[in-house]
Design a protein around this ligand. Sequence first.
Ligand SMILES: [Zn+2]
Length: 113
Amino acid sequence: MHELSLAENVIRIVENAARQARARRISRVRLGVGALAHVEPDTLQFCCELAARQTLLAEAVFEVERMPGRAHCNGCNQDVALKRIGLPCPQCGSFDLRVTAGEEMQVLEVVVA
Ligand SMILES: [Zn+2]
């Protein structure tokens, strides 16, 4: 499952950072997922809880937020909001779009217990 490998990466990154900061336990992790990334927030949250077992994040609460997608439209030469891949430009209806944001995943916040 795609989300599980993402979750394992998140856990590894946060745990490494926590170790370096000599944190014993992580209580909360807030993740942002771009609206255009092929990631289901609920699934990612569930997978994080699974992957966190027996790590410093075992008791952490995971929150996953959707971040808006953006694209540059070559049809009307504007930067527009994009809800998902495959939709036309909301301004002019062109499909000639170049995605500029919304495909990424970010760790937004880590709270150390
Ligand atoms: Zn357009």
